[in-house]
Design a protein around this ligand. Sequence first.
Ligand code: HEM
Length: 303
Amino acid sequence: QDPGTPEQIVDTMNKLWGKHPGFRANHAKGIVLEGSFTPAPGAAKLSKAALFAGPAIPVTVRFSDATGLPTLPDGVKDARPYGLSAKFKLADGTEVDTVLNTLPTFPVATGEAFRDLLVAVSQSGPDVPSPKPIDTFIAAHPSVPAALGGLTTPKSYATQAYNGVNAFVFVDGAGKRQAFRWRVEPVAGTDVFGGDEAAQQPPNFLRDEIVARVGQAPVAFRFLAQLAEPGDPTNDATKPWPKERKMVEMGTLTLTKAVPDSAAAEKALLFMPNNLTDGLEVSDDPLIDTRVQSYAVSFGRRQ
Ligand code: HEM
């Protein structure tokens, strides 16, 4: 990858959405909750990672809306895809992060192409004549509408499924490697708005709803791993794997409370897609490195 790409990506995000001191360049609006992760029986067979060995461990989760706009109303289309980041706290003091969102696939396959997509958006304001740079980019990249076309707004962060999008790799006790993609499903079931109902909700409805919900009862998600078979691409997040691929239950995330000061908590938190542990590795997907470096640039700027 061009060494300047991550910085150029964050520069373009700052240009698109403005600079908001103290906030993330993307997924700026969020809410932090706490709970625990209980591995499923059998998860340890696929990966020797300590989080699958049991017993339950503490987890910190941040739900978020897309864009770098910290006061974006939760129900508008720009708030999609929504995010779920989880920080698993292992008994030995190390941490493992998963950073998921509601995209089924990514719009482009490389960091450079993502930079070019953001630049095209930034050059396609309302006064720019058609075809705008973004129209030309989309015409050349059918993976963009494939990724963005089906996004919806959930009634709750707890009634939405989230995807890992990028491939990662389990390593078992014998050293056997198995590529997979995360799929996280709400135990409450999926429930999304139809038509333009979402845009009519109060601006912070998702944030307020999840805090109220977790105050009443625990909020749970099933962590599933979609297992790759030989030939399934692990280095191209625009390509879904066949639907019939095995989905293995790896554990349950149970959220039990909102943190008392979410604004302070999210400022200090940094979720990194490559923050893993023995038994859990990155794949050859080039987007993972672009993400890691871009998140570091954004974190540096929001301090
Ligand atoms: C090359 C591709 C990508 C780039 C350049 C990128 C860039 C960014 C940046 C700069 C941030 C702010 C990080 C911070 O300040 O802590 C961010 C946050 C986030 N991104 Fe990405 N992203 C990419 C792909 C993805 C993918 C594939 C997913 C999910 C599958 C994702 C989900 C998220 C989430 C959930 C957050 C919020 C993290 C948090 O809660 O702290 N991103 N992204």
